[in-house]
Write a protein that binds this ligand. Structure first.
Ligand SMILES: [Zn+2]
Length: 196
């Protein structure tokens, strides 16, 4: 686990990295890390990543959603909270609206992970899609938590995906691998359609 001060810098940098690496558009998507047995550090709500500073990151109690100060945490914080509560070995969570994962998520399909190296990094041969529910609702939090069971990622119908891991570096790799796996999966469909 890392200190709150280290986490501020790391989460802020990771928000900017999401943008640089094309994993989010505008202010969509959010990043968090665990900083204690009760708290996580998460990106703020609705602020452009390019303008963020470490002081804008918000420490939130994942049991009661409380935080100090006037900066609001990401509106999608409940999903992050659920992951930290239920999975003590998870240290970092990223939610993105990355393109290929979003396409498969919009089709409400589970992803068959075709490459064995992708399977190793994603932790499963199938990445499940949680059914559609309103953003930040109990239903989406519950559905996504269920879909991620036994894997390092889950799709959220019409709402991108969530990736989890033991460090932010690991989670970035999961996000990028999920993108590759979804691209391959979409491509396999195109080939099947052509063969018909
Ligand atoms: Zn979102």
């Amino acid at each position: 686990m890392i200190s709150a001060e280290e986490a501020r810098v790391l989460v802020c940098e990771s928000g900017k990295r999401l943008l640089r690496e094309g994993l989010v558009a505008r202010t969509w998507g959010n990043v968090s890390v665990r900083i204690s047995d009760t708290h996580m550090m998460i990106t703020p709500s609705g602020r452009p990543y390019a303008e963020l500073t470490p002081a804008d990151m918000v420490a939130v109690n994942f049991y009661d959603l409380k935080y100090e100060g006037h900066i609001k945490p990401s509106s999608e914080l409940k999903l992050h909270c659920e992951v930290y509560k239920k999975r003590p070995h998870i240290e970092a969570v990223i939610h993105t609206h990355q393109m290929y994962a979003s396409i498969v998520a919009a089709a409400q399909k589970d992803v068959q992970v075709l490459d064995s190296e992708h399977q190793r990094i994603l932790g499963a041969a199938v990445i499940k899609a949680a059914p559609y529910a309103l953003p930040n609702s109990k239903a989406i939090t519950f559905g996504t938590e269920k879909a991620i069971e036994g894997a390092n990622a889950a799709l959220m119908a019409n709402h991108g995906c969530v990736c989890i891991g033991r460090s932010l570096e690991d989670v970035f790799l999961v996000c990028k691998t999920l993108e590759d796996a979804c691209a391959l999966y979409i491509d396999s469909f195109k080939k099947k359609t052509k063969a018909l």
